[in-house]
Design a binder for this molecule. Structure first.
Ligand SMILES: Cc1cc2nc3c(=O)[nH]c(=O)nc-3n(C[C@H](O)[C@H](O)[C@H](O)COP(=O)(O)OP(=O)(O)OC[C@H]3O[C@@H](n4cnc5c(N)ncnc54)[C@H](O)[C@@H]3O)c2cc1C
Length: 298
């Protein structure tokens, strides 16, 4: 509590104490976090991290919480929101956008500016920062296809710019995922001129496909597992009869077996038990180690 009080005095942004994590994650589960700080800008972000590192306090950047599973107990750390880092600038076919900007809004902005390349991102409910970290993607495209460069703070809080190649984007991973103390601040995206109506039509078509094939009517965090080489996690899970299987309030979606949904007041532990059960069965029946795409926050 003492430590959190000093956070207020630091003047780095809005401090919210004892944050119910179910309000900040798309799974709508998790316990209470010590505090959430919505930093004002880049400078206050640096000041905050310096302070937290000095005090040896745990911290984590929170985007839209759409890929995270916080445990049910107390998260004894400080969550940091970059939602005030939300500037965007369009220059011909280049968009420079800050990390706190919502990804679907960015995709829509690109479409309305007759720029093609970000159609895949329209249905991914994260922030730009979370998308860079994860190399979010869909429909055979991902951030790695469109990012020109990323500006970030390294673990010494020095500002650096990485080219696309240096970001080391691969299937649902990046340099940033491998270096979780780095903080993405902004990115420049390189797109192509296109026809606004055609771009919007592609986005609408994919929206419909998502509504048909994904359980968007329930809280979830998207795909649970990465697809193993040459196969689909959903196919393997479905083949073992998991659709509709429930642990507590968590259920394997009947629409898509690679989605776990919060069907009825699930806890994080319901979801995690279901994840482990699926991993054990898939290993036993197919000898395949299903890797988690979502992150269980320690
Ligand atoms: C219905 C639904 C559909 C989905 N569909 C897809 C899909 O098609 N494709 C896909 O790839 N994902 C999908 N997802 C998952 C999720 O939306 C993406 O992984 C998204 O990129 C996560 O962004 P976020 O801002 O919510 O990050 P969070 O979940 O808040 O955080 C994820 C990780 O990123 C880190 N992070 C966040 N911001 C930064 C930053 N600025 N710098 C450094 N690290 C940072 C966090 O610390 C955390 O470790 C879906 C999720 C849902 C709920």
């Amino acid at each position: 509590m003492e430590k959190t009080k000093t956070l207020d005095k630091l003047n780095v942004g809005r401090v919210i104490e004892h944050v119910p994590l179910n309000e900040y994650t798309t799974y709508r589960v998790g316990g209470i976090a010590r505090a959430l700080v919505i930093v004002d800008d880049k400078e206050t972000l640096k000041k905050l991290i310096r302070f937290l590192e000095e005090k040896k306090m745990k911290w984590k950047i929170l985007g839209n919480g759409s890929n995270l599973i916080f445990q049910d107990g107390f998260y004894d750390g400080i969550l940091i929101s970059l939602s005030n880092l939300n500037q965007i600038e369009i220059n011909d076919t280049f968009i420079t956008v800050e990390a706190g900007y919502p990804l679907p809004k960015l995709a829509m902005k690109a479409a309305k500016s007759s720029l093609t390349g970000l159609e895949f991102a329209a249905g991914i409910p994260g922030t730009v920062g979370g998308a860079l970290f994860m190399n979010a993607g869909a429909y055979k495209s991902d951030m790695g296809y469109v990012v020109k460069e990323v500006t970030f703070l390294d673990d010494n809080l020095e500002e650096k710019v990485f080219t696309n190649r240096e970001c080391d984007f691969h299937y649902r991973t990046s340099y940033f995922k491998k270096h979780p103390k780095c903080i993405c601040l902004s990115t420049t995206i390189s797109l192509k001129h296109g026809m606004k109506e055609a771009i919007l039509a592609v986005m609408e078509d994919r929206r419909k496909r998502r509504v048909e094939s994904q359980p968007l009517e329930y809280p979830s965090a998207g795909s649970v597992f990465r697809n193993p080489e040459g196969d689909y996690a959903g196919r393997l899970i479905e083949s073992l009869g998991y659709k509709g299987k429930m642990f507590g309030g968590a259920m394997v979606s009947e629409k898509h077996a690679n989605f776990i949904i919060n069907k009825n007041h699930a806890t994080a532990s319901d979801i995690i038990r279901l994840i482990h059960d699926i991993q054990k069965r898939v290993k036993k029946e197919y000898g395949i180690d299903l890797k988690l795409e979502q992150e269980i926050v320690e």
